[in-house]
Design a binder for this molecule. Structure first.
Ligand SMILES: NC(=O)c1ccc[n+]([C@@H]2O[C@H](COP(=O)([O-])OP(=O)(O)OC[C@H]3O[C@@H](n4cnc5c(N)ncnc54)[C@H](O)[C@@H]3O)[C@@H](O)[C@H]2O)c1
Length: 269
């Protein structure tokens, strides 16, 4: 049993993060490395993953960077095989890769956008989890953390299009997947939890959403978020560090199948 300063210790552990080339995934990599984990930063965009690897090393951590598109079963399998051949274990998996296809009301949403988002944000979580489970089962331990969203828990329509049903459905799916995996693998020492962030800034997702809107729409959207959030602002990516380190480490050894909300109080009101 670890205590005090060692509570969140990840020394000797291997942590795989998907979509690690930007935003939240990048912050998770840096945080995991500060606790001693060897971080495997993967992204479909290798250059971005390498930037994250560089940042991790700047803070004294160790990182391996790989190009992995989570929708590609072959790449997912190869990534896991590569990690096992070099490091023989995967202790932590953070299924973080996810996209938004922009704001659209349901009757206007293109079927292609539904499919693309489901592929990345839901099927990608399944593929990566499926691949990482085998080495976790073999070791009898593992912590899987799935990044869902408050938009998988409640609807949001502030009187104008500010999200989309594909995003909400995929994230609700991620929460369901989390509970099922937790139930199936608890007896094998593997925990699986979800984090549902509220609106966070400093990410490409937030930028992409802005770039698809007119300045007037973007301003209206930001004002609606601030007004609706009890803490009155967006979260910052590194404000999730504590939650991620807790779930990744033995500090949360009796916690599985849960969905943890970090949203500045959004879902409380
Ligand atoms: N930013 C927020 O406010 C917020 C809120 C709730 C949930 N989330 C979720 O958090 C996760 C990270 O979001 P973010 O805001 O940091 O996004 P981001 O756009 O800043 O970063 C996402 C990363 O995922 C990568 N990616 C996209 N498709 C991929 C694929 N097929 N395979 C591998 N990598 C892929 C991108 O290249 C990018 O580097 C997402 O699942 C998102 O839905 C974000």
């Amino acid at each position: 049993m670890t205590t005090g300063g060692q509570l969140f210790d990840l020394t000797g552990r291997v942590a795989l993060v998907t979509g690690a080339g930007a935003g939240l995934g990048r912050a998770f990599c840096v945080a995991l490395a500060t606790q001693g984990a060897l971080v495997v930063a993967t992204d479909r965009d290798l250059a971005r993953a390498e930037e994250t690897g560089w940042l991790v090393r700047q803070t004294g951590g160790t990182a391996l960077t790989l190009a992995t598109d989570v929708t590609d079963e072959k790449q997912v399998t190869e990534t896991v095989e590569h990690i096992l051949s070099e490091h023989r274990r995967i202790d932590v998996l953070i299924n973080n890769a996810g996209i938004s296809t922009g704001a659209a009301k349901t009757h206007e949403l293109a079927v292609a956008d539904w499919d693309r988002l489901m592929d990345i944000s839901l099927k990608g979580v399944f593929l990566m989890t499926r691949a990482a489970l085998a080495p976790m089962i073999e070791r009898g331990s593992g912590s899987i953390i799935n990044i869902a969203s408050i938009i998988g828990m409640i609807g949001y329509y502030p009187g104008f299009t500010a999200g989309a049903v594909n995003y909400a459905a995929a994230k609700a799916g991620v929460i369901g997947l989390t509970k099922q995996v937790a139930a199936e693998y608890a007896s094998e020492g593997i925990r699986c939890n979800a984090i549902s962030p509220g609106f966070h800034g400093g990410t490409k997702l937030a930028e992409a959403f802005r770039s698809k809107s007119t300045p007037e729409q973007a301003e209206r959207y930001e004002a609606a978020i601030a007004q609706r959030t009890p803490l009155g602002r967006r979260g910052r990516p590194n404000e999730l560090d504590g939650l991620v380190l807790w779930l990744a480490s033995d500090a949360s050894s009796y916690v599985t199948g849960q969905n943890f909300v970090q949203d500045g109080g959004w879902t409380a009101t």
